[in-house]
Each structure stands twice: as structure tokens, then as C-alpha cells.
Design a protein around this ligand. Structure first.
Ligand SMILES: *Cc1c(COP(=O)(O)O)cnc(C)c1O
Length: 234
């Protein structure tokens, strides 16, 4: 069926989205910041178009996904139908998927190694795209987690900029589940500041208010908007 869904045209509300937006605004104001300086990335991984459409109808345009393959299945159709959708890749990116990722995503938040920097630089040239790029920092130095170790961050940022000519928008981190996130947010902010980076992608459903207090410019929020995920994700 190819009918145009009428509910995308109306200014419908979405309770989860409305609540998260209000919480973002309050946290920003409490921190002496402007709510519009915090971009909400609605993390729609595992959710199908039918769950995403009401969030779009309620006005949300920036979405996060963690897998290229899954995103290719659901976003091209939505993007072609709705103006102004911005997609952020927040999960690990294999070099051999970099071309596909660049074609679909407006922002890649998971730049985490030199090989990927090299492949992205080549593909950016080839495709004539100018995605926003965030470098992922493994702030907790967890063995199983992607990202650049904090002590290697300055060098990697310089490498991306100088050797590969990449414009870096900011840094991203996913703090260890069992640690106080504020320490990690403060660390990310320190690394960003000393490298002249403005973007700070930090804060998820459980800790975005703290992240905003520490300067988050992008919060990545899934379950607080869409509800619990039933599908296990990496
Ligand atoms: C899934 C995911 C999120 C969102 O997590 P919630 O707890 O559902 O808000 C944020 N960032 C990354 C990198 C994720 O993979």
C-alpha cells in the first residue's frame, strides 16, 4: 500500500517526546543554558516506521540509529516523504559500510579509529558529502567498548584534522553502566574544550539531565521516548 499517511500532516502530540522535551528544557534552564542549544537525537533503533511516524508527526526531525543495515531498511522511505530529517549514526561503523553510511547519515558519531578516518575522508571526497563527525571517546577505557582512550584523544583529533582533513564537530561518549556518569561527562567536556571542539554528544534516557548540566549539545534518547526496546541490541 502506498497511501500517504494522513497522521504525518497533523500537529499530533506524542507523550514520550513531549515529556522528554520538557525535561531537556528544564535541565537547560537550570544550568543557565538555552534549551535550543541542546539537540535531541531521538534514538529509534529496533523500532519500526510505525512507531517512528508518530514522533515525526509530533515535530521531531533528528533521529539516531546504531546499525547501517537496519537504517537502510526503514529510513530512505521516511526521508523521501518527510522534509528535514537528520539521521545520526551512533553505533560502531565498519570501514566496508562507510560508503553506505555516508550516503544515508547526516552525522556520524562513532569515528573511533584511523582506518575509519581514512576511509571516511576518501568517501567524503567521492560522494561530495559533508557529514558532521563526532569522535567517540572510550571515557571508561572499557576493553569491549569502541572509542579512543582519553589519553590518546588529542593526538587522534589532530590526526583526523591534519592528516585526513576532516572537520570534527565534537566528541561522543557512552559512560560505563556502573559508574557515575558525571565524571565521564566532565572528562569529555575537558577534552573537547582543550581541542576547540563545540559538540558534546552525551547523555541517554537515564542521565541526560546530568549531561546537560555538564554541557551536552546532543543528547541521545531512546527508551524515554519510544518505550522499552524488546529486541536486544549490541
Ligand atoms: C541505544 C543508545 C542510546 C539510547 O539509549 P536509551 O537508554 O534508550 O536512551 C544512546 N546512545 C547510544 C550509543 C545507544 O546505542
Amino acid at each position: 500500500m502506498t497511501h500517504h499517511p494522513a497522521h504525518l500532516d497533523v500537529d499530533a502530540g506524542h507523550p514520550g517526546l513531549t515529556q522528554v522535551r520538557q525535561r531537556i528544557a528544564s535541565a537547560a534552564i537550570d544550568a543557565g543554558r538555552r534549551p535550543e542549544d541542546v539537540t535531541l537525537v531521538a534514538v529509534s533503533k529496533t523500532f519500526e516506521a510505525s512507531a517512528i511516524e508518530p514522533v515525526i508527526a509530533a515535530g521531531q526531525r533528528v533521529f539516531g540509529e546504531n546499525r547501517v543495515q537496519e537504517s537502510k531498511g526503514k529510513w530512505p522511505a521516511l526521508k523521501s516523504r518527510i522534509q528535514g530529517i537528520k539521521l545520526h549514526l551512533i553505533g560502531p561503523l565498519q570501514s566496508n559500510k562507510a560508503a553506505e553510511a555516508l550516503a544515508l547519515f547526516d552525522c556520524i558519531q562513532s569515528l573511533d579509529r584511523e582506518k575509519l578516518a581514512r576511509v571516511l575522508a576518501d568517501e567524503i571526497q567521492r560522494q561530495g558529502r559533508s557529514p558532521e563527525l563526532f569522535i567517540e571517546i572510550n571515557s571508561g577505557e572499557e576493553g569491549q567498548k569502541a572509542g579512543i582512550a582519553p589519553r590518546a584523544a588529542d593526538r587522534f583529533i589532530a590526526l583526523c584534522r591534519e592528516t585526513y582533513g576532516l572537520g570534527i564537530a565534537g566528541l561522543m561518549c557512552i559512560p560505563p553502566a556502573d559508574e557515575e556518569p558525571a565524571l565521564h561527562f566532565a572528562l569529555l567536556e575537558t577534552i573537547a574544550r582543550r581541542n576547540g571542539l563545540k559538540g558534546l554528544s552525551m547523555g541517554m534516557s537515564a542521565d541526560f539531565e546530568t549531561a546537560i548540566r555538564f554541557g551536552a549539545t546532543h543528547v541521545r534518547i531512546g527508551s524515554a521516548i519510544f518505550g522499552e526496546r524488546h529486541q536486544k541490541v549490541a
